[in-house]
Design a protein around this ligand. Structure first.
Ligand code: S3P
Length: 190
């Protein structure tokens, strides 16, 4: 290699794509970005990819095309992303509820449920008004109902990590990395 060749890109530590699942406010995007950085891996967010494909943001998709169209797009986008080289993929809270998506994730990736308590979810989701499902009533009631509906399915994820209130993101990232190593999802030496 020439002395002037650019430094090789940091090697991605992942053998498989890591799919983050969990409710709105669990920290999938924030933790996902940091996890990707720690692993030298690309980061993708399924909501962003759907918005890009549709040419409008998520609330506009819900408002103009409806939730069913959003869910179709979500399934398609995640299926496509799972064919990409290993990366960290933050999914929207409803994505893992789709049986076809769950099967595709199980077949080709490793899933991580970021679990948080109701108070934490309510507090974190109150910071932004970009979640159409939470505009339909009292966010705490809606989140409590979604917890009851979805937690049994999120529990099918390969790895479960608690995202406690006040826990620094670094400690959540460290626990995910350790669990990925135990699950054989990291390259040797990573
Ligand atoms: C949804 C969660 C949102 C987004 C959409 C629907 C859900 O993503 O996909 O508003 O059904 O829980 P986040 O979980 O990233 O907020």
């Amino acid at each position: 290699m020439s002395r002037h060749a650019p430094a090789p890109a940091a090697r991605c530590a992942l053998r498989r794509t890591v799919v983050l699942v969990g409710l709105m406010g669990a920290g999938k995007t924030t933790v996902g970005r940091r996890l990707a950085e720690a692993l030298g891996a690309p980061f993708r967010d399924s909501d962003d990819e759907i918005a890009q494909a549709a040419g409008m943001d998520v609330p506009s998709i819900f408002a103009t095309l409806g939730e069913a169209a959003f869910r179709e797009g979500e399934q398609r986008v995640i299926r496509r992303l799972l064919d990409d080289p290993p990366h960290v993929l933050a999914t929207g809270g409803g994505a893992f509820m789709n049986p076809a998506t769950r099967a595709a994730v199980r077949a080709g990736a490793v899933s991580v449920w970021l679990r948080a308590d109701l108070e934490t979810l309510v507090e974190r989701t109150a910071r932004k008004a970009d979640r159409p499902l939470l505009r339909a009533g009292d966010p705490a009631e809606i989140l409590a109902r979604l917890m009851a509906q979805r937690h049994p399915t999120y529990a099918e994820a390969d790895i479960v990590i608690d995202s406690e209130p006040g826990a620094p993101h670094e400690s959540v990232v460290e626990r995910i990395v350790a669990a990925l190593r135990r699950a054989g999802a990291l390259r040797a030496g990573a």
